[in-house]
Design a protein around this ligand. Structure first.
Ligand SMILES: [Zn+2]
Length: 170
């Protein structure tokens, strides 16, 4: 698990201390702040159009630069999961979407952040905007089920989402 060395509140060096649950956590001996390594919460959309094609973005940033993925990203601390999913989609694709409910929830291990994470994928449809590459993306395309670039997808969770969606069309 990733460990911070210094207290973000006062800058004092952290110590590892056990609280009631016995788990060692970075704790500040100066101001008593305790760092809890809670999982990251990511949100994304399974956005399809009238021709039953799915929207994917080509990633322009690491991790997985040059791979395709669902429009997705991490929730901000001042928004709901649904707001985050719509925001990420708009930032990455230029499209304004409405959500049609939760499609799938994943629990995964985030190797770069060395912590577990949760991804919520929502069904979505477009209500405005024009597709264009945006933040961290270099291309936006709609793919029919037979043309999904499965060998160039960024993340296991996105592959599983798209496999399930493709299987449901048959
Ligand atoms: Zn402190």
């Amino acid at each position: 698990m990733f460990q911070w060395n210094f207290c973000p509140r006062c800058g004092h060096e952290f110590e590892l201390r056990a609280r009631d649950d016995g788990r060692l956590r970075p704790t500040c001996p100066h101001c008593r702040y305790t760092y809890y390594a809670n999982p990251g919460l990511a949100v994304g959309v399974l956005l399809t159009d009238e021709q039953n094609r799915v929207c994917l973005i080509l990633r322009g940033e690491e991790p997985r630069k040059g791979y395709w993925g669902l429009p997705a990203g991490f929730m901000e601390g001042d928004e709901s999961a649904e707001e985050g999913a719509r925001r990420e989609c708009h930032e990455e694709t230029g499209l304004v979407v409405a959500l049609d409910g939760l499609y799938q929830a994943f629990s995964y291990y985030h190797a770069d952040r060395k912590t577990s994470g949760v991804l919520l994928v929502y069904r979505a449809h477009r209500i405005g905007g024009e597709p264009h590459a945006g933040t961290d993306t270099v291309d936006v395309k709609f793919f029919s089920a037979q043309n999904i670039p499965f060998d160039r997808l960024a993340f296991r969770t996105h592959i599983e989402t798209l496999e399930r969606w493709r299987a449901g069309l048959k």
